[in-house]
Design a protein around this ligand. Structure first.
Ligand SMILES: Cc1cc2nc3c(=O)[nH]c(=O)nc-3n(C[C@H](O)[C@H](O)[C@H](O)COP(=O)(O)O)c2cc1C
Length: 143
């Protein structure tokens, strides 16, 4: 089975999780490239609004052949309980090329699970994920 972990990360937490997964499972890895500056406090505010309003946002063209992988592990943070806008764009643009999909979600709120977010990702992707994992990130939120 050929697998790739595709991640989006604003401040590095999800990237670390994806890199650890790729190292342990010997899978390929690819980072979604956001074309919007989301640094600092205003970056957080912009991201929060875009997540809630489901605003389209530009990402760089994906340079891998997604359909050549039998399974994609999509690794993403949650923003305001929802899908980060760059991940939303990725799924809308490339979701139909994904064969089987798994999700790894990173988050800070230990009291919530993000099944609703994953259901929405399934809907956008046009398929139901075959596996899921949550990774609770501890420590101070980076801006
Ligand atoms: C705009 C914004 C909204 C967030 N909303 C949530 C949330 O609703 N629940 C949660 O547990 N964490 C939330 N977080 C925290 C991130 O999901 C968490 O820190 C994640 O690991 C960040 O990943 P990254 O460092 O790869 O960008 C939010 C972070 C940002 C920037």
């Amino acid at each position: 089975m050929s697998r790739i972990i595709i991640f989006y990360s604003r401040t590095g937490n999800t990237k670390t999780v994806a890199e650890e997964y790729a190292g342990e499972n010997k899978t390929a890895i690819y980072g979604i490239k956001d074309l919007v500056n989301r640094r600092g406090f205003f970056g957080v505010v912009k991201s929060a609004f875009q997540a809630v309003l489901k605003t389209p946002t530009p990402i760089d063209e994906v340079s891998i052949d997604i359909s050549s992988y039998s399974r994609v592990i999509l690794c993403t943070p949650v923003w305001l309980g929802g899908i980060p806008s760059p991940v939303r764009t990725f799924i809308k643009k490339y979701g139909q090329l994904v064969n089987k999909v798994e999700y790894i979600v990173t988050h800070k709120n230990e009291k919530k699970d993000y099944r609703k977010t994953m259901k929405e990702m399934d809907k956008l992707m046009g398929k139901v994920h075959v596996r899921e994992a949550h990774v609770l990130i501890t420590g101070k939120q980076k801006n």
